[in-house]
Design a protein around this ligand. Structure first.
Ligand code: M6R
Length: 627
């Protein structure tokens, strides 16, 4: 779960690499480093902690070479420290690494017995030693890496540079992503496309077990047998998005406030506002990824419809917040399309020998498109006779490329480690998908479609209204931070929102928080309740409202302090609650999206009041590319 980058070309490598690392910092932020040619030597600077620490160290250092590599780390082997930070350097060879070398203990013993001076606790340094040793013999970086690869076990990617061949980088991928951008007399290799598209739109996505020799002028790709692979670069249209806070104190708060616009963008693609109609269009089921993105007009809508009409079962597989979005999807799809849906944690799904019947649709949800468990589950599904569909925020990410159908969150770059706008955009898209499937299956009639589309059209402006709770939480956080714990409860489609609220608070405020189905409280968790426990209830107006209120009476009777998220004008909820945050009147499926905003704001402000780094909470990384 690290970010790696390499650059060669006429620009200042320090700038390209640092800007690239800024884009990649979501992949890990416990230390960072660079190695750039200077007077023919790979000059290395590393720093423990966030990228800004490295930045300070190199501010006044100039490098006169035109090739370099950089790294931002999420520790696996060895504590987060300068000593363990990348790049590693051994006898003129420098290397950055993302992933895990599983047989590192054997390699370490072997190298130590040959007298190697190992200076870190990492598995990565061992690879640098092995490549440096081979380089002494072959004097060729590509050959040296090729020779070492069969000795390494695990899923990992590397980029290697050598002082003795200062005109090239060698990159290898097995697992964590690597993209190579081919510009005009310059090349960039990186863990994702964002650091690249600022310089070129021509990219090569390395596949597993491919090695690339990259010079300024060309990219040559080989398989493990050393055979050259003929591949043309893919021309992408995505542009670079600068991650800027635009006056907000944190990216997370900015991203919370961007949600109305993000949701609007996500749904605009699929709504005919005048006709109040949903049109899913061509999801690309019959094309390869390259064909799909190269198509000027995506016209295979009829085929998409045919495939979806035949779907008899839906599986939704994801992790973390994306998994909770999947749970919301289950309520929506089952209600509207009457198709059975199973939602599962990707990390569990892949190990339970799942049965995937024919005519199943296998949906993965992933903001990053790189989550290792979700990707592995997708690969497993792709081996069987099902159709896969990804809902991703990063076009061209591995999960997007390996899925047969594609829906994009269009939320824009999400920098805060805690997912916010990607979640609400996904919920809006699941509304669209569920309704469309319901239409195809003849379960949703025109009146219902019009009513629900109207709900979606009003969603962005209603989200704007709910954002006004920003003020409330900025003040209430001082009190809320003193509760001993939080229970989030909800029923039906609001239950996953309760789970998401609890996850947000855990990851940002490091407080004990649990999400529960409100009706389950009496089966155990009610024992936790006393007056030091806050209960956040998600109970907007819907069929289950009365039942949730009864559950709240039980909580109230035991002294629990209730913060309610309900619908405006709801008297009963007001009587029971310490605070009532009311949402504008809307459809049940839209209420769930509106309810997310207050739980995000609560977590943000409580974490902030506790003095935590909300954008980069401890121990986490935004993209989890290890198992
Ligand atoms: O990129 P993905 O959506 O696949 O990521 C899945 C989870 O790692 C992610 O949602 C995580 O739970 C977030 N930190 C939640 O805020």
């Amino acid at each position: 779960m690290c970010g790696i980058i390499g650059y060669q070309g006429e620009r200042n490598p320090k700038e390209v690499i640092i800007n690239g690392l800024k884009c990649l910092e979501y992949r890990g932020y416990d230390s960072a480093g660079i190695a750039i040619l200077n007077d023919g030597k790979l000059k290395r600077v590393r720093a423990e902690g966030k990228l800004e620490n490295l930045n300070k160290k190199i501010e006044n250092i100039d490098f006169n070479g035109h090739l370099g590599i950089g790294h931002t780390r999420w520790a696996t082997h060895g504590a987060p420290s300068e000593m363990n930070a990348h790049p590693h350097y051994v006898d003129g060879v420098s290397l950055v690494h993302n992933g895990i070398i599983e047989n590192y203990m054997d390699l370490r013993d072997e190298l130590l017995s040959c007298g190697a001076k190992i200076t870190s606790e990492t598995d990565s340094e061992l690879v640098a030693h092995l490549v440096a040793r081979e380089f002494q013999i072959s004097k060729d970086l590509l050959k040296s890496v090729q020779k070492v690869l069969p000795r390494l076990e695990g899923a990992f990617s590397i980029v290697v540079a050598s002082e003795d061949q200062p005109d090239r980088l060698v990159a290898f991928k097995n697992g964590p992503p690597l993209v190579i951008g081919q510009g005009d007399g310059e090349t960039v290799v990186a863990s994702d496309i964002q650091p690249i598209v600022a310089y070129t739109k021509k990219v090569f996505y390395l596949e597993d077990f491919e090695i690339a020799e990259v010079t300024r002028e060309k990219v040559e790709i080989y398989n493990l047998k050393g055979e050259k692979i003929d591949r043309m670069p893919l021309e992408v249209s995505w542009s670079s998005e600068k991650a800027e806070k635009h006056g907000f104190p944190h990216f997370m708060l900015k991203e919370i406030f961007e949600q109305p616009a993000a949701v609007q963008r996500a749904i605009a693609e699929y709504l005919d506002i005048e006709k109040k109609e949903i049109q899913l269009g061509d999801l690309g089921f019959s094309d390869t990824f390259d064909q799909y993105i190269a198509k000027a007009n995506k016209k295979n809508a009829i085929e998409t419809d045919e495939i979806l009409k035949n779907v008899e079962r839906v599986f939704i597989v994801a992790c973390g917040t994306s998994y909770y979005a999947g749970l919301v999807g289950e309520y929506l799809i089952e209600k509207w399309a009457r198709v059975p849906v199973e939602v599962e944690f990707a990390s569990e799904f892949r190990y339970r020998h799942p049965v995937l019947p024919k005519n199943s649709l296998f949906i993965t949800i992933s903001q990053s498109g790189e989550t290792a468990d979700t990707l592995a589950a997708l690969r497993l599904a792709n081996e069987s006779d099902v159709t896969s569909l990804s809902i991703c925020n990063v076009p061209g990410s591995t999960i997007d490329r390996e899925s047969t159908g594609h829906i994009y969150m269009s939320a824009g770059v999400e920098v805060g480690v805690a997912s916010t706008k990607a979640f609400t955009s996904t919920l809006a898209l699941l509304n669209i998908f569920g309704l469309y499937l319901g239409k195809l299956k003849g379960e949703v009639d025109r009146d219902e479609e019009v009513r629900l589309v109207e709900g979606l059209i009003h969603l962005p402006s209603q989200m704007e209204q709910v954002l006004s709770y920003d003020k409330f939480f900025s003040q209430a956080a001082e009190t809320l931070k003193n509760f001993k714990g939080f229970l989030y409860i909800g029923r039906g489609v609001n239950f996953p929102i309760a789970l998401e609220g609890a996850l947000k608070l855990k990851e940002l405020a490091y407080m004990h928080a649990e999400g529960y189905a409100a009706g389950e409280m009496k089966h155990g968790p009610i024992a936790l309740i006393d007056n030091r426990m806050a209960i956040v209830v998600v109970a907007p107006d819907d069929d289950l409202y009365e039942k949730t209120v009864s559950n709240l009476e039980e909580v109230r009777a035991r002294g629990g302090q209730i913060i309610s998220i309900g619908t405006e004008g709801n008297k009963k909820l007001k009587e029971l609650s310490l605070h009532l945050l009311s949402l504008p009147k809307s459809e049940w499926s839209i209420n769930a999206i509106l309810s997310v905003v207050p739980v995000q704001l609560l977590a943000y402000y409580v974490a902030n009041a506790l003095g935590h780094d909300v954008d980069q909470p401890r121990n986490l990384a935004k993209s989890v590319t290890v198992e």
